[in-house]
Design a binder for this molecule. Structure first.
Ligand code: NAD
Ligand code: MG
Length: 384
């Protein structure tokens, strides 16, 4: 018997993950139907996506852009706006799965709303789990729904864990490409430019995560994400540098056996897996050519050079609102670096001050997390 198609809302449809999600849907022979698409302000691309995919509704976060889009498109598609618009579309009955491909803290409330409405969530927006992992995982349990990671490392771990018992897992090894500054000497760090930091060696992604990959904060955020998804002690979540980005992550078991998931770096694979899990579906694309690859290498990350990784472990250890402070400080610092207001090395400095000089609240509610996010943003903006 053929399964009915799944209706999908894609939050952040115009971004890197959003566009790859639509490619997956395009080649899915009607198994997935995009019923809602959203953008911050890229209405040109959204218009083309509406022409091709005919969603029921869209959200344009930016009010002025939404008005323009409404004038030109309201006969063909419902047009919503603002953060309320995101909450509205994820609650609709004609949504089975929400792909959250928003960037940053803005992804938190839509995730919460989607889970509260019993939707399955395919999560690219790792910031959601970083800032509110405890609340989110409890809510998923309570609502008996599912939260499947799109992040390639976490998708790899999920694939390695299939058929295994939790009690037999001893260690998770997250792989990291190391970013563009892996072999850059520390004394040259003061001269790092925005353009250099934006040229990632193996992955093509949105700007914020590309900078996070250059500082290794991305890996730090992923350690926290893995903690909430897989419930291991932080000491058993390790990071190894693997510049080829072929092994997406590994799981070690109590008998010393290690499973790894491999593939060429292409986010369409984990996106599709999040939609078909625990099953698979064919996907065209280039395959790993092992003789051509010849070798895979591994290194220990340099936590002195890439302080953001250590700061993320520190925030996880501190608990409570500390990861929310870390995340907010990082978002503001990265934005300031992209706008050439601060130097690359000031990113970890600002984050460190945000997590050590501000109050950390234990057992935070969602409101406490919102408040921690607001205050950390103000704190870092004042320092800049
Ligand atoms: P991106 O910047 O390319 O896209 C972000 C999308 O969200 C765009 O559609 C944009 O219009 C929208 N958006 C931005 N700010 C918004 C706001 N405040 N409110 C509502 N909409 C907003 O980002 P991306 O690279 O696709 O990353 C998205 C998420 O996926 C991030 O959390 C990132 O860490 C994660 N992720 C990305 C990759 C990747 O390969 N790009 C891999 C793993 C995880
Ligand atoms: Mg990743």
């Amino acid at each position: 018997m053929t399964k009915p198609p799944k209706n999908i809302a894609i939050l952040g449809a115009t971004g890197s993950i959003g566009r790859s999600s639509l490619e997956v849907i395009r080649s899915s022979a009607g198994r997935f139907i995009p019923t809602y698409l959203t953008t911050n302000r890229n209405t040109e691309l959204l218009a083309r996506q509406v022409d091709e995919f005919h969603p029921k509704g869209v959200v344009v976060l930016d009010n002025a852009r939404a008005k323009g889009f409404h004038s030109s498109h309201s006969k063909r598609v419902e047009v919503h706006t603002g953060p309320e618009g995101l909450l509205e579309v994820v609650s609709r009955d004609d949504v089975d799965v929400v792909i959250n491909a928003l960037v940053g803290f803005a992804g938190l409330k839509p995730t919460v709303q989607a889970i509260k409405h019993g939707k399955s969530v395919a999560l690219a927006n790792k910031e959601t789990l970083v800032v509110a992992g405890e609340i989110i995982t409890a809510l998923v349990k309570e609502q008996k729904t599912s939260l499947i990671p799109i992040d390639s490392e976490h998708s790899a771990i999920l694939q390695c864990m299939l058929g295994e018992e939790r009690k037999n897992i001893s260690r998770i090894i997250l792989t990291a490409s190391g970013g563009p500054f892996l072999n850059y000497p520390l004394e040259d760090f003061p001269n790092i430019t925005v353009e250099q930091a934006l040229s990632h060696p193996t992955w093509k992604m949105g700007k914020k995560i590309t900078i996070d990959s250059a500082t290794l904060m991305n890996k730090g955020l992923e350690v926290i994400e893995a903690y909430w998804l897989f419930h291991l002690d932080p000491g058993n979540i390790e990071v190894v540098i693997h510049p080829q980005s072929i092994i997406h992550s590994m799981v070690e078991f109590v008998d010393g056996s290690v499973k790894a998931q491999l593939g060429l770096p292409d986010m369409k694979v984990p996106i599709q897996y999040a939609l078909t899990y625990p099953s698979r579906q064919a996907l065209n694309g280039v395959r790993v050519d092992f003789p051509k690859l010849q070798q895979m290498t591994f290194f220990k990350p340099d936590r002195e050079k890439f302080r953001c990784l250590q700061l993320a472990y520190d925030a996880l250890e501190l608990g409570g609102t500390a990861p929310a402070l870390l995340n907010a400080a990082n978002e503001i610092a990265v934005e300031a670096f992209l706008n050439k207001k601060i130097a690359f090395q000031q990113i970890p400095e600002l984050i460190q001050r945000a997590i050590t000089e501000q109050r950390v609240q234990k057992m935070p509610s969602l409101d406490d997390i919102m408040e921690a996010d607001r205050s950390a943003r103000d704190f870092v903006r004042k320092l800049i």
